[in-house]
Ligand binder design. Structure first.
Ligand SMILES: [Zn+2]
Length: 344
């Protein structure tokens, strides 16, 4: 009997220890699971931008005489700081005013589009990455355009309007152009042709993320060939979506452009007049595409005209390119030949 009791006791003790062991094990695995969950949350849900080291770009702020007024400099510095905060949140990109200058703009009644070339010729960049200029509306011709930019050089020129919230929006739009953002037909986007929306659309966000390390100071194209290849599909998607507007906005804009000069508020370069003329009337997603294609050595000006559906001029440039010994993509040559035949 006592033997039996002893065995029972041992059994119960054993089972007690086993149960306690299981409990400890369970608690350990729960703790481990919780820890793993926290690590998961930290890695995957924490904003990815925060993991990217911040890039701060030096800005040269330029005001024309009437814009500068009575000590308006702090106001414009604040505008840039506000816009910078927004870009920092989204892309870990910050803009810091390092130098400022008053520009004696002697050119009267110029459109913003023609003034930016003169601004670029007259205001040196110095050590800055980006030059942001504000000019008084009273010296400008026309009322339609609010901002322009030179992509390759990193120059922005804005119409100095009183409505600060809209001025900030235009500045965001133009800075986005410097990082490759293109116009979209989506009216909720900040990159809408007429800056209708407040936020950047997904495709342009992806483009800016890809171009956030673009060069500003070194001469030559701002992007590496690797980034060019990566960014092209996003432009193609935007171009495709914008094409859906055929019959409405794009022909309207092109007509307007033919009447009044350049359509886009973003220009590929201030250096080459020829290239700028070629981009006249082109939806600016194509200007980025053509620029990249040309940089990659895949195409030349003929492609720009082909994209514009001006096949005759495209053919002329293709002939010139071949005459100069420039290697022409065979597929493109065939596509253009076909388009010219169909156009007849
Ligand atoms: Zn624009």
């Amino acid at each position: 009997m006592s033997f039996l009791l002893l065995k029972l006791k041992r059994l119960s003790e054993n089972s007690f220890f086993t149960a306690r062991g299981r409990k400890v094990k369970k608690m350990k695995s729960r703790l481990l699971n919780t820890l793993l969950f926290i690590v998961f949350l930290a890695v995957f849900l924490y904003p990815q931008e925060a993991l990217i080291p911040k890039r701060t770009l030096d800005v040269k702020l330029v005001l024309d005489k009437s814009c500068a007024g009575k000590d308006k400099l702090p106001l414009f510095k604040k505008i840039i700081a506000d816009v910078s905060r927004d870009f920092e949140e989204q892309f870990a990109l910050a803009f810091s005013v390092k130098t400022s200058e008053i520009w004696k703009n002697t050119y009267k009644k110029k459109s913003l589009a023609s003034l930016i070339q003169l601004f670029y010729n007259n205001v040196a960049k110095g050590d800055a990455d980006i030059v942001i200029g504000f000019v008084s509306p009273r010296d400008l011709q026309g009322k339609k355009s609010y901002g322009v930019s030179f992509y390759e050089e990193g120059y922005i020129l804005l119409r100095c309007i009183d409505k600060i919230s809209f001025l900030e929006k235009v500045l965001k739009h133009e800075i986005a152009h410097l990082f490759g953002a293109a116009h979209v037909s989506d009216s909720n986007s900040l990159m809408h042709h007429f800056i209708r929306g407040d936020r950047l659309d997904g495709k342009n966000k992806a483009i800016i993320k890809l171009q956030r390390e673009r060069k500003f100071k070194v001469s030559g194209f701002p992007l590496s060939a690797e980034i060019c290849e990566k960014v092209v599909p996003f432009y193609e998607k935007i171009a495709h979506a914008n094409e859906a507007l055929k019959g409405s906005l794009i022909p309207f804009l092109q007509k307007k452009a033919l009447k009044s000069g350049l359509l886009s508020d973003h220009f590929p370069t201030g250096r080459s007049e020829e290239i700028r003329t070629a981009y006249k009337g082109l939806d600016n997603v194509y200007t980025y595409l053509a620029m990249i294609y040309i940089h990659l050595g895949k195409y030349n000006l003929a492609v720009t005209y082909y994209l514009l559906k001006d096949f005759k001029t495209a053919g002329k440039h293709l002939g010139e390119a071949e005459g100069c010994g420039i290697k022409v993509d065979e597929k493109f040559k065939q596509a253009l030949k076909k388009a010219l035949e169909e156009d007849k």
